[in-house]
Design a binder for this molecule. Structure first.
Ligand code: EPZ
Length: 417
């Protein structure tokens, strides 16, 4: 159990570098097996989910190791196409190995993936797309077995721009015969990052960042190098912490356009935002005003992953903030814990109303999930007195040395393992 001890009420001042993106790293690590190659990845965050992905690679027979923020993978040797339940259950994105294994050896046996409990998280879009590419898939509610003598290209229309389904199709399509078109593809920066990596492995992929991605085979390379993009959700989280506590924080090494919708709402709440090249600086007086209605959407809309942390930043904002959560059916799990600090939050289905309160009072909380846990840290930093967050490993799945990063900008926070 990780125990976060926070003494709230301090302004945040200073600069901090933002880690590499978890959600870009994981599909790229899976993609490293689609052909025999040596891969070097830089700026990979040291996180439990990254460690889990590397253990999957080692289970498959590859060499995979992380030294600080560099990851080395050699997928020349590859001995297995099955991933046991004990490895699959550690994270949601283990499902991306389905497309990668099909691309490499035409077969994949895996169980249903784990990850944050954000409501039903079906993988029907992944399975239907792979079937359209010629995969035969058997499922028994717990295990999935996919087989394809040779995948073929297909024209696939996704009814919803699923990030994971887009990634799985991109991986499977790299070694398929013929061209694959994904209409209605997810447009997140992590999809563009995956395209860039696949191209450096020799794949012919275009269109990422638009709603049509085209994959037209590959001429495998033996060596690929890639620098992971900065984590837009970690950047958003630190920006929300600065907004809630007051002060002036400079986020370095970021791509401002990747979290511009979050910055837009912070600006509307009364923060001053300055973006220049790879730096964003945010100044806040600490007393915010409600920014109106926030509605989560696929990129380039407001990201669901930043919804809990923005909610936490606005607990004391003057007026009422309304949120509509459109992506996950159960992504307000943080609300009941935040109420224990004195927050006034009303939830009805996918709608939330946050009525700003004068002050929050520190107490002990239980982290419910990754971003919900981060929201509790922000609320604790903005509360009077001491807050203790008990966390069964959620926050460390996505935030690298977060206690150190927050202390560097003046937070009074201590992590007890
Ligand atoms: C990715 O999850 C991210 N995870 C999530 O990050 C993020 O919240 C999510 O995209 C949305 O942006 C990784 O990149 C590892 P989806 P993913 O497929 O791929 C429904 C975080 O905090 N759906 O776009 O699982 C699904 O149930 C996290 O870092 C289907 O119905 O997201 C959900 O409601 C958690 N059928 C919605 O689509 C399918 O086959 C979005 O899912 C697939 C998805």
């Amino acid at each position: 159990m990780d125990i976060w001890h926070i003494r709230g009420g301090r302004r945040l001042e200073g600069a901090c570098f933002v880690q590499g993106s978890k959600n870009a790293s994981l599909p790229i690590i899976a993609a490293s097996v689609i052909c025999p190659a040596r891969t070097e990845l830089m700026n990979v965050p040291q996180l439990k989910d990254v460690d889990a992905a590397l253990r999957i690679l080692r289970h498959l027979g590859c060499v995979a190791e992380q030294r600080k923020n560099d990851v080395y993978i050699d997928s020349t040797y590859f001995s297995c196409s099955a991933i046991p339940h004990s490895l699959m259950e550690e994270m949601r994105s283990s499902v991306i190995f389905m497309g990668a294994l099909l691309a490499r050896c035409g077969e994949a046996r895996l169980s249903l993936p784990g990850g944050c409990q954000l409501g039903k998280r079906p993988i029907d879009l992944h399975l239907s797309a792979l079937r359209q590419m010629g995969a035969e898939i058997e499922e028994d509610g717990q295990e999935i077995y996919c087989k394809a003598r040779k995948l073929h290209g297909a024209e696939i229309s996704l009814p919803f721009a699923s990030v994971g389904a887009t990634e799985n199709i991109m991986l499977a399509a790299c070694t398929a015969k013929g061209k694959t078109l994904i209409h209605g593809a997810a447009r997140e920066p992590e999809i563009v990052a995956l395209q860039d990596f696949l191209c450096s492995l020799g794949a012919d992929v275009t269109g990422a960042g638009t709603d049509t991605v085209v994959i037209d085979g590959m001429r495998p390379q033996k060596h690929a190098v890639c620098r992971i993009i900065p984590d837009r959700i970690v950047a958003s989280t630190i920006a929300c912490a600065a907004a809630a506590c007051g002060g002036k924080v400079e986020l370095r090494g970021v791509i401002p356009e990747h979290f511009s919708t979050v910055l837009y709402f912070l600006n509307k709440s009364g923060c001053d935002i300055m973006s220049k090249n790879r730096t964003v600086s945010i100044s806040s007086q600490g007393r915010l005003k409600a920014p109106g209605h926030i509605s989560t959407q696929p990129y380039p809309g407001f990201p669901t992953d930043a919804q809990p942390v923005l909610m936490a930043a606005l607990l004391k904002a003057e007026g009422c903030t309304r949120i509509t959560e459109n992506i996950f059916e159960n992504r307000y799990r943080q609300a009941s814990e935040l109420r224990r600090l004195g927050a006034d939050i009303v939830i009805e289905g996918r709608e939330a109303e946050i009525w700003g309160v004068e002050c929050l009072r520190g107490t002990s909380l239980n982290a419910t999930d990754l971003r919900g846990g981060a929201a509790m840290l922000i609320a604790g930093l903005a509360a009077d007195g001491e807050t203790v967050v008990f966390d069964d490993g959620h926050i460390g799945r996505g935030y690298e040395r977060f206690d150190v990063r927050l202390r560097a900008i003046g937070a009074d926070i201590f992590l007890e393992y």
